[in-house]
Design a protein around this ligand. Structure first.
Ligand code: 13P
Ligand code: ZN
Ligand code: NA
Length: 281
């Protein structure tokens, strides 16, 4: 069933596991993610960034994920990832997205509080939960280059959550989107400090490229949602490339689509295992 991320993440926080949030870009990726969730009896979040939304539109992704959720026995949420403006957040809300991120992390602290609070207030009546970000996750995120990031300050996190009433918070503890700025070096003590002073579910961005150990330790220290994007794109594209290399005369998109889907499904299942969300549906 299609649900919000509210209960899903509170349950994960309580149970000390995380829900995987997977960036989907086309129908095949949606199909791969839902099959993985079904087979492992895991709750799942599918999410789209602004550049993905620009590619096909909110309606297409909502329709695809809704179709997947309708047949599913596991809880499924559709989330706007890195919502870049109040306007886009409101569009997603009106269309029926069941979870929304407003990413004000590129603005100064007060402005981030301001835009986050506006989105939280607007989503409240529809009971749609909001994720915000404080501090900068490094690397190349969507169309933006975040450089090497800037860590979340625990004291600021406390004030931010109190002032915005946001439902979940993405923290910057040394992870990066896509490629890493050198070797990933996570500030896990900082995560524990944030966890001490903030009681809402915490979100880890930039999980592609992290070791299983790093992901598990982050969850142990309070992460309840883990975002995976780049690894899925790589798996999908490798599937297509391999098929076309072996079958250069292929013209049926279903043929290489199926291979790509299997590749994505495989990686999603392994990430769900790392998150500890198996049989938590
Ligand atoms: P990766 O591309 O590093 O997996 O990051 C995903 C992410 O944070 C999406 O918001
Ligand atoms: Zn992210
Ligand atoms: Na990454």
């Amino acid at each position: 069933a299609l649900v919000t991320t509210k209960e899903m993440l509170l349950k994960a926080q309580e149970g000390k596991y995380a829900v995987g949030a997977f960036n989907v870009e086309n129908m095949e990726m949606v199909m791969a993610v839902i099959e993985a969730a079904q087979e492992l009896n895991s709750p799942v979040i599918m999410q789209t960034t602004p550049s993905t939304v620009k590619y096909a539109g909110l309606d297409y992704y909502l329709a695809n994920v809704s179709a997947a959720a309708k047949e599913a026995s596991v809880p499924v949420a559709i989330h706007l990832d890195h919502g870049s403006s109040f306007d886009l957040a409101m569009q997603a809300l009106r269309k029926g997205y069941t979870s929304i991120m407003i990413d004000g992390s590129h603005s100064v602290f007060e402005e981030n509080i301001d835009i986050t609070k506006r989105v939280v207030d607007a989503c409240k009546a529809s009971l749609i939960p909001v994720e915000a970000e404080l501090g900068k996750v490094g690397g190349k995120e969507d169309d933006l280059d975040g450089g090497c990031g800037g860590y979340t300050d625990p004291e600021e996190a406390k004030i931010f959550v109190e002032k915005t009433n946001v439902d979940s918070l993405a923290v910057a503890i040394g992870t990066a989107h896509g490629v890493y700025c050198g070797v990933p070096k996570l500030d896990l003590d900082r995560l524990s400090e944030i966890r001490k002073v903030v009681d809402i579910p915490l979100v880890l961005h930039g999980a592609s490229g992290l070791s299983e150990e790093a992901i598990k330790e982050s969850i142990k220290r309070g992460i309840s949602k883990v975002n995976f994007a780049t690894e899925l794109r790589i798996a999908y594209t490798e599937g297509v490339k391999n098929y076309l290399k072996e079958n250069p005369d292929a013209i049926d998109p279903k043929k290489y689509g199926s291979v790509a889907m299997e590749k994505v499904k495989e990686i999603v299942k392994s990430r769900m295992e790392m998150c500890g969300s198996i049989n938590k549906a």
